[in-house]
Design a protein around this ligand. Structure first.
Ligand SMILES: *[C@@H]1O[C@H](CO)[C@@H](O)[C@H](O)[C@H]1NC(C)=O
Ligand SMILES: *[C@@H]1O[C@H](CO)[C@@H](O)[C@H](O)[C@H]1NC(C)=O
Ligand SMILES: *[C@@H]1O[C@H](CO)[C@@H](O)[C@H](O)[C@H]1NC(C)=O
Ligand SMILES: *[C@@H]1O[C@H](CO)[C@@H](O)[C@H](O)[C@H]1NC(C)=O
Length: 500
């Protein structure tokens, strides 16, 4: 439920010249039809405050076209996303608990969880005390000390997450009995059912599962379309339009200009190329691989729960249609580039920072491979988690980089811009937002109305003055090595040449 705060409650965090009115704007332009953008559009149509507001969503992809929506390189797509209340942080655990009430609706074909959009297969969360959290490379022009002292290890995360899901389930014995501790590798092997195991301690939560992300986005688009309230524009936003103090719209690559009273940028990992995020969120590429499997392998692996190793970030989702996906939720790779068109500066008087990590995907680089370091890790996950003969060495059918908008704490960034009027940002998914599809739009609209849920108000706020420091996500859920740069890692693979 939404909670009402006094209308002026946000003035303490934004003691600047941001006087954006809380009166609903007559027009809203949402840049990006990914998870944050499309859920917000839907929620706006359901709030009486916005009855008279015209709502426009602009995206590179045309949502009415099945083949291009969601955009094939966006983060909201692909076969599968984990749906878990298994968080070390209680606020997100509770938010997912709320979302799952809707994911579990499957009676009617039009229900969100129906038609193969949600599978409650269970989730095994594991960690290992013996592997300390990765240590950052020596900081260069950066200061990681602040974030490193309160760093959780994967094991800390797993244990806290277990406490939280157990406590959430304790009000309902049917849910509570579906969570069980797995005290050692043998116990983990037994419930995994693939012959493999991973980690030294963990638990299984049969109240968690996964969703078909592409199908769920198509479902959501259909809900939005049926309202008849939202105009969709297909085009690439090149820059934001502004006057001396306010953002006024967006300029498209084809020269068109769209104007609105309120502009919300929800461009996922691309957000930093439109708005200087002051180092609060950075685009990071995460590796994933797909493998074709046989009918017999599908039989076996189709019954496994999701498994997530929080010490390495590696996870495997049960296969469907004989395609197995393995991925790594890690620090990821940055891709710093000098932008031809600079993003909106931090304030009307600031200079733009042109060097920004931006996604590189198969759309702008058809031959893009994943770094050998990442591929080796995916391979290790197969070997450990699903060691079927013949499968662990089979070449990947396809590999991909999935681009997160990562923040330091893995909290989302959902707030008014502190120095530009009429600009709102919703980004910083940090790779864990998709599960909130049924509820996040309402929370974002609460924040637009300056009634942000109290438990998220600080977490999601724009935090100033982070710009100079390198950003690593330190919520304890990330594996891999921090500080990897995509081009450098790709070069390392190229250097593995025959010796002279
Ligand atoms: C919308 O416009 C109508 C007609 O002008 C007006 O009566 C109504 O109060 C407006 N609703 C809101 C929520 O502003
Ligand atoms: C959930 O985890 C947090 C740690 O983030 C802990 O402080 C809190 O007590 C846990 N909540 C419950 C209800 O167990
Ligand atoms: C899982 O994490 C453990 C530490 O808990 C590590 O030793 C192991 O190699 C990891 N396995 C995979 C496949 O990530
Ligand atoms: C979880 O579900 C699996 C498959 O249905 C079952 O075998 C297992 O006993 C369940 N575990 C718990 C703790 O409920």
């Amino acid at each position: 439920m939404t909670c009402s705060l006094p209308q002026h409650s946000s003035s303490s965090t934004h003691n600047n010249n941001n006087t954006t009115t809380t009166n609903p704007p007559s027009s809203i332009l949402i840049v990006g039809s990914g998870l944050f953008g499309l859920t917000t559009a839907y929620s706006l149509t359901r709030r009486h405050e916005f009855t008279n507001t015209s709502i426009t969503v602009i995206d590179r992809s045309d949502p009415s076209s099945q083949s291009t929506f969601p955009s094939p390189d966006a983060a909201s797509i692909d076969t599968s996303r984990i749906v878990r209340a298994d968080y070390a942080d209680h606020a997100y655990a509770a938010l997912c608990d709320e979302a799952q009430l809707q994911w579990r609706q499957q009676d009617k074909p039009t229900d969100l969880g129906a038609q193969g959009r949600y599978y409650e297969t269970g989730l095994i969360v594991v960690g290992d005390d013996t592997s300390p959290a990765p240590v950052a490379d020596p900081p260069v022009e950066s200061d990681v000390s602040e974030s490193s002292h309160k760093k959780l290890t994967g094991m800390d995360y797993a244990r806290k997450s277990w406490e939280n899901v157990s406590s959430l389930a304790s009000r309902n014995p049917a849910l509570a009995e579906r969570i069980r501790e797995l005290p050692n590798a043998d116990a983990i092997r037994e419930v995994l059912g693939t012959g493999g195991s991973s980690g030294a301690w963990g638990y299984i939560n049969n109240n968690s599962g996964w969703t078909d992300a592409g199908a769920s986005m198509a479902w959501l688009y259909e809900q939005v379309r049926q309202t008849g309230r939202v105009s969709f524009v297909a085009g690439t936003v090149e820059s934001l339009e502004h006057d001396d103090t306010s953002v006024t719209g967006a300029k498209l690559a084809d020269g068109r200009v769209l104007t609105a009273d309120l502009v919300m940028v929800a461009a996922g990992a691309w957000t930093g190329s439109l708005v200087d995020l002051e180092g609060q969120a950075v685009a990071t590429g995460q590796v994933l691989g797909y493998l074709d499997i046989t009918k017999e392998e599908q039989e076996i692996l189709g019954k496994m729960p999701v498994i997530l190793n929080l010490s390495s970030g590696l996870f495997i989702i049960p296969p469907t249609n004989r395609v197995l996906k393995v991925a790594r939720h890690a620090y990821g790779y940055t891709n710093p580039q000098t932008l031809a068109i600079p993003p909106l500066p931090v304030s009307p008087t600031a200079n733009s920072n042109r060097v920004v990590s931006i996604p590189r995907t198969s759309l702008n680089d058809p031959n893009l491979c994943i770094p050998a370091e990442g591929e080796a890790d995916l391979r290790a996950a197969l070997r450990e988690m699903v060691p079927l003969p013949g499968l662990v060495d089979r070449p990947f059918t396809k590999t991909r980089l999935c681009w997160y908008s990562d923040t330091r704490t893995a909290d989302f960034l959902i707030d008014y811009h502190p120095h530009w009027k009429n600009l709102f940002v919703a980004t910083g998914d940090s790779g864990h937002a998709f599960k909130f599809l049924p509820v996040i739009g309402d929370k974002i609209v609460d924040c637009i109305l300056r009634e942000c849920p109290p438990e998220f108000k600080e977490k999601w706020a724009w935090k100033e003055g982070e710009g100079a420091k390198a950003l690593f996500t330190e919520d304890g859920s990330r594996g891999g090595k921090p500080g990897l740069v995509l081009d450098e890692e790709l070069l390392k693979a190229a250097q593995v040449l025959p010796a002279v």
